[in-house]
Ligand binder design. Structure first.
Ligand code: IMP
Length: 207
């Protein structure tokens, strides 16, 4: 079996990558941070999604020797000049607290009219190959921030975000419908062929 490493502890992200790669790379196995020997995880010190995804994927490759993927994502709100962006997880305070993040965001947008409430979820996925070579791909999901919280699915800002062309928030959509249009789904589907090519080259080289 060809193994890949995804530098995350989030079982939903690992499952999503497994689903997407199952058709692109039959017989591939995706390991997460909980499946490998613990290593010093780097701080996400860059000011871009791309920079932070690369920091995590490079550290994963250095620690595991496996082809390594990492993602970094967040919500970019037009009326806040693209913030919270890379600060999305901790917008409402030091703890990663979704309720505090959503409360603060809704407060900040209280005077913003409906036609200026546009926002984009953005995801960067970095892929680092053993022996050299790096790629970064992006995925966006455009939508708007509503004035209340709706839905129980998803995580983070899903309860206040209605994707373009939808009336439901992304927290009210079934997971597979969100995956089909989401920033993370789009970027993982974009990286799948690159991973497939690297895995088959590695299989050939290893005999
Ligand atoms: P991470 O890259 O998964 O750590 O996400 C960073 C932060 O961005 C999360 O803690 C959420 O606040 C926000 N975020 C990223 N993707 C999503 C999403 O699909 N739905 C809701 N919030 C998200």
């Amino acid at each position: 079996m060809s193994q890949l490493f995804l530098a995350t502890r989030n079982p939903k992200k690992i499952e999503e990558l497994r689903r997407i790669l199952a058709t692109a790379i039959p017989g591939s196995g995706v390991l997460g941070l909980d499946d490998v020997t613990a290593y010093d995880e780097p701080a996400e010190t860059e000011s871009t999604f791309e920079g932070n995804a690369l920091i995590k994927a490079r550290a994963g490759l250095a620690a595991t020797g496996l082809p390594s993927l990492a993602d970094d994502s967040g919500l970019c709100v037009d009326a806040l000049n693209g913030m919270p962006g890379v600060l999305s997880a901790r917008w409402g305070g030091a703890a990663k607290d979704d309720a505090a993040n959503n409360r603060l965001l809704l407060e900040q947008l209280v005077d913003v009219p409906d036609d200026r409430r546009g926002a984009t979820f953005r995801c960067a996925v970095a892929f680092c190959r053993p022996g050299g070579g790096e790629d970064v791909v992006f995925g966006d999901m455009r939508g708007r921030i509503i004035r209340e919280q709706r839905g129980t699915g998803g995580f983070g800002y899903d309860v206040v975000f209605v994707p373009e062309g939808e009336t439901r928030t992304s927290a009210e959509m079934p997971a597979d419908e969100k995956d089909a249009i989401s920033h993370r789904g789009t970027s993982l589907r974009a990286v799948a062929p690159l991973v497939a090519a690297a895995v088959s080259a590695r299989r050939g080289a290893l005999g």
